[in-house]
Design a protein around this ligand. Structure first.
Ligand code: ADP
Ligand code: MG
Length: 254
């Protein structure tokens, strides 16, 4: 996909040097008697990307849902810029500068691309991470801005979901399998976009299965299995870790 590459500009913030923008401490989530997440911890600083990997059903989307305020946690805390935001709803968190994309985006199909993005209110922290081409220019959808969403390809719908998330001008962005279903050209494009957001000072949590994609984007990974973090650290070390390998081999063998 040939996309324009407008510049991303971020203004330095002294506060961003102090501590992790996002700190998740001992986060748990139970659905009835089922423990979907058990005491997960992770930190992401400005300009850093943490990969979140694990087999299907390991709790990746649930972690994003709990951190982004879709569900209240059963235990643990979420700190944004050191401030306790545990249990706040999605809209409040979005206003405070934390937003996410969806594994299965559901845009308003009867509206145009531009209308979908125009519905989003910028966060209170919108002075940081300003996208100079606007969210649609940044992701490369400005040329289809007046098209109805129902006429977009699945790859374009993924980009629109990223543009919608960015329209809120988050400082922390949680990305849920943005690469799934994209062709190789689209994957490279999206990896480049995430790298530029990171370089502009955004803190990213990136759920993804594709190694080549993760290698381009993330600094470290957390590996989940059955709601537990079984590895935290370097991506190279993760793929050499015996427990991590066993978990993924187990999945492929069904
Ligand atoms: P992943 O994104 O890693 O594939 P999910 O976080 O979607 O996994 O799901 C983790 C587990 O939690 C799965 O067993 C799933 O069925 C369960 N789960 C997720 N959301 C709910 C829910 N709202 N109610 C009950 N169980 C859920
Ligand atoms: Mg998922």
């Amino acid at each position: 996909m040939a996309a324009p590459e407008p510049a991303v500009g971020a203004q330095a913030s002294e506060a961003s040097d102090v501590a992790a923008l996002l700190e998740v401490k001992g986060l748990s989530k139970a659905f009835g008697g089922f423990q979907a997440l058990s005491e997960i911890s992770l930190e992401v600083s400005a300009g850093e990307a943490v990969g979140l990997v694990g087999p299907n059903g390991s709790g990746k989307t649930t972690l994003i849902n709990v951190v982004s305020g879709v569900y209240k946690p059963s235990g643990g805390t979420v700190l944004l810029r050191g401030e306790d935001v545990t249990g706040l709803g999605s809209h409040k968190l979005c206003r405070l500068g934390l937003n996410r994309t969806f594994q299965n985006p559901r845009p308003l199909a009867g509206l145009t691309v531009a209308e979908n993005v125009a519905l989003v209110r910028p966060s209170r922290h919108s002075e940081r991470a300003v996208l100079e081409g606007g969210p649609l220019g940044f992701v490369g959808l400005d040329r289809v801005a007046s098209r109805r969403v129902s006429a977009l390809t699945s790859g374009e719908q993924k980009l629109l979901d990223l543009a919608r998330a960015l329209a809120a001008r988050p400082e922390v962005l949680l990305v849920d399998e943005l690469g799934a279903g994209l062709n190789p050209g689209e994957l490279d494009h999206v990896a480049g976009l995430l790298r530029r957001l990171k370089d502009a000072g955004m803190a990213l949590v990136v759920v993804e299965h594709l190694m080549g994609f993760l290698e381009q984007v993330v600094d470290t990974v957390t590996v989940l299995n059955a709601g537990m973090a079984i590895f935290r650290g370097d991506l190279r070390a993760a793929v050499a870790d015996r427990r991590v390998v066993e978990v993924f081999l187990g999945e492929h063998q069904g």
